[in-house]
Design a protein around this ligand. Sequence first.
Ligand SMILES: Nc1nc2c(ncn2[C@@H]2O[C@H](COP(=O)(O)OP(=O)(O)O)[C@@H](O)[C@H]2O)c(=O)[nH]1
Ligand SMILES: [Mg+2]
Length: 267
Amino acid sequence: MSIRFASKKEILEKIQLSDIVLVVLDVRNPIGTMSSYLLRVSRGKRRLFALNKADLVPREIGLMWERWFECKGHQALSISANNRLSTLKLRKILRGWAREVNKDKVIVMIAGVPKTGKSSIINVLRGKHSASVSAYPGTTGYTKGFTLFNIEGKIYAWDTPGVFPDVRDPLERIIRLKPPEKIRDPERIAAKILSRAKKFVPGSITATYGVDEFLDEYTILEEIARRRGWLEKTTKEPIIEQAGIQVIRDYLDGKIKFYVKPARAEC
Ligand SMILES: Nc1nc2c(ncn2[C@@H]2O[C@H](COP(=O)(O)OP(=O)(O)O)[C@@H](O)[C@H]2O)c(=O)[nH]1
Ligand SMILES: [Mg+2]
């Protein structure tokens, strides 16, 4: 199965036809989940950066990122589609902008890289489950095509497949491209996730897996495999590939506490 991503041409066409662009980022790593192309082609539009999954980071991190974006001259709002954090605020911003647009139909383009929560945001705005959502890239329910949904009144929104492969952070690009079990050398990718989490949020790996996080990443993967009984039948060696796939899933699911802090914003 090959996963459908939105091509640059499709994104450009849809943005040109839209009145508002909602760029959805993962608040745990907003710059890493940014598409440079999307940033460029949406310039000049009424544009809001939705820093989604705010339930997975401390409140001050969401606020720090909002401020960081504002210092750069952008409007940003940290929200959680799952926990309905600031989603009413989001609705109000969209309503305000829609009023300014002198048209019968106001189109909002919901864009961003895979698995940032675009479809989930549409469902919250509609107040019912309409756009399909999936936990991992390419798994049942992922967004395959462009669909225009009515949000309320004259406001409509395009749900889009993720913009790809233009993801800034190489690690985010790998894990948002394929289902975890299809990723090559998952243990190598997982080792990078573990190492980042250890660096940015000390204690998070110990909290998630109950292992000593001062061990090196591959030993941690062995330990995770051993604890779950993932052992080679004959040799009884821990299957680190399987542990690697699990770590990638846990990262996408937000089970590993991880977030990047913005550089201090001065403005
Ligand atoms: N923790 C958390 N998970 C979310 C949030 N929004 C979406 N997700 C999850 O992220 C995954 C991808 O969501 P989806 O809406 O399909 O993302 P899309 O690929 O950008 O359309 C799903 O497992 C969602 O449940 C959120 O605010 N918080
Ligand atoms: Mg989707």
